[in-house]
Design a protein around this ligand. Structure first.
Ligand SMILES: [Zn+2]
Length: 468
């Protein structure tokens, strides 16, 4: 006998669908059947047609509903390292803080770190994230599965380079590829299909040519994505030019070895020229723009130019030690401001029309879904798509009054306005309470674990000011 499906109706709220017609229902309703959206429209119509078959009817009058936000560049393993590398240069950040920290993590640390990270992501309305490459995929998968989130998980992958911690220097190309294939076989499509496994290249400075080629081919064969930091700093481009005799940086070289494909998610992509923008566009490469991290350490990415060239640009928070806020809500606000401000930087005049609110909202939803190769099911509220929904309460001091709901979401909303989050048809946060884990308990355990990791890694932070 087939089990009867659970039907829920939410109604009364303003629904920003992000569908192709950009429909917004002032008083809308959604019918959710198990994990999918069965119907969407005006509340009266939806209630008339479905209230008699609904198991749950939820009145969301006064709220705004959106598709779950997609954070396309997150280091979930770095959450316990928040604050260990503030106000230091990039090489100190990497060689003396982050690598020693990451290489000292246990599987349980990855689990706790991802739990803590996931809690913060959910509070900002994220239902799906793309892991940038971290430690212990098994720990990440346990946490994502428990929280009820959706994620594309990736292992931190390097097979060469300077300054690596001793335990990482023994990793061969073969080991890197095999380990990721094992992850794929163990975790891909697990947690009711909420977890997907991707391949990762941490960055070109830590990759042999063999690793690049084998990663490209393995991801192609398994029909999954590749997540890679690309063109982060001028030094990276210079190294590539010196080593491979190409006339510009990483993107030019990746094009030369046929690495640029439509399953590549390139994080940052700050130091690229016009020709490289064309190369990315032609290959269908997706770009994750991480405004806070870019401002802190990398520079102004040519986001307007990439969007104008037809590149799918989405938004990411990056990791806690380079942001330190893991809120996609804050990134939406920053992305718009930074890219308006960049016009001032470039030619001395401001341009308030650069990256308007509707573009930013698209980056956090529709483009996010395309970036994680999941746009057939995610990114908008439409019939047949997964029920990943954010519920916003605008009736509090950060947002009130709301004259223009689209600009209010981008320029006024804070994470505090996100009250409930549904992923895959189930509430994972309701009335600001995380449903599947005890938030206080996770915070306590995470704080203890973070101190232990720093001890094991031998990381000593200099004291600031005159702390007595
Ligand atoms: Zn990153």
């Amino acid at each position: 006998m087939m089990e009867r499906k659970v039907v829920s109706v939410v109604h009364g709220g303003m629904i920003i669908t992000m569908d192709e017609e950009q429909r917004v229902f002032r008083d809308g309703g959604i019918v959710i059947e198990d994990d999918k959206i069965k119907a969407i429209g005006e509340s009266g119509d939806i209630l008339g047609r479905f209230s008699h078959v609904a198991d749950h009817i939820i009145d969301l009058t006064g709220h705004i509903l959106l598709p779950g936000f997609i954070n396309s560049h997150v280091h979930s393993s770095q959450q316990l390292a928040r604050g260990i590398a503030d106000d230091v240069d990039l090489m100190t950040w990497l060689h003396h803080r982050i690598w020693p920290y990451e290489s000292s993590m246990t599987e349980d640390d990855s689990y706790l770190s991802t739990l803590l990270c996931g809690i913060e992501l959910i509070h900002s309305g994220v239902t799906c994230f793309a892991e940038a490459g971290g430690q212990h995929v098994s720990g990440m998968a346990r946490a994502v599965s428990l929280l009820g989130l959706r994620a594309c998980l990736t292992e931190s992958t390097m097979d060469s380079g300077h300054g690596l911690p001793p335990s990482w220097t023994t990793r061969t190309t073969h080991h890197c590829i095999q380990s990721q294939k094992d992850n794929y076989h163990n975790y891909h499509n697990t947690a009711q299909g909420r977890i997907r496994i991707w391949f990762g290249i941490r960055q070109i400075m830590n990759s042999t040519n063999h690793l690049l080629i084998q990663t490209r081919d393995a991801a192609n064969q398994l029909k999954t994505g590749i997540h890679m930091h690309v063109a982060e700093i001028p030094y990276e481009n210079q190294l590539v030019m010196d080593a491979h005799k190409v006339d510009h940086g990483t993107v030019t070289y990746l094009a030369k070895i046929d690495f640029l494909r439509n399953n590549l998610l390139a994080a940052h992509s700050v130091w690229i020229d016009n020709n490289e923008i064309s190369l990315l566009s032609r290959a269908g490469v997706k770009v994750s723009h991480c405004p806070a991290a870019a401002m802190r350490m990398l520079g102004f990415a040519p986001v307007r130019e990439m969007l104008d060239a037809g590149i799918c640009v989405s938004l990411g928070t990056d990791g806690a030690p380079s942001n330190n806020r893991m809120s996609i809500v804050d990134e939406m606000y920053l992305a718009s401001l930074i890219n308006k401000g960049r016009e001032v930087y470039a030619n001395g005049t401001t341009d308030p029309t650069a990256l308007p609110a509707e573009t930013i909202l698209k980056m956090a939803t529709v483009n996010g879904a395309k970036s994680v190769l999941w746009d057939d099911e995610l990114g908008s509220l439409e019939v047949g798509k997964k029920a990943d929904i954010v519920v916003v309460n605008p009736l509090s001091w950060p947002m009130a009054p709301v004259h223009d709901c689209i600009s209010s979401i981008v320029y006024c909303m804070r994470s505090e306005n996100v009250v409930s989050v549904m992923c895959n048809g189930l509430w994972i946060m309701k009335n600001k309470k995380i449903i599947n884990v005890d938030e206080e308990e996770v915070i306590l355990k995470a704080m203890q674990a973070s101190v232990e990791i720093l001890k094991r890694a031998g990381i000593k932070l200099p004291t600031r000011m005159n702390i007595i």
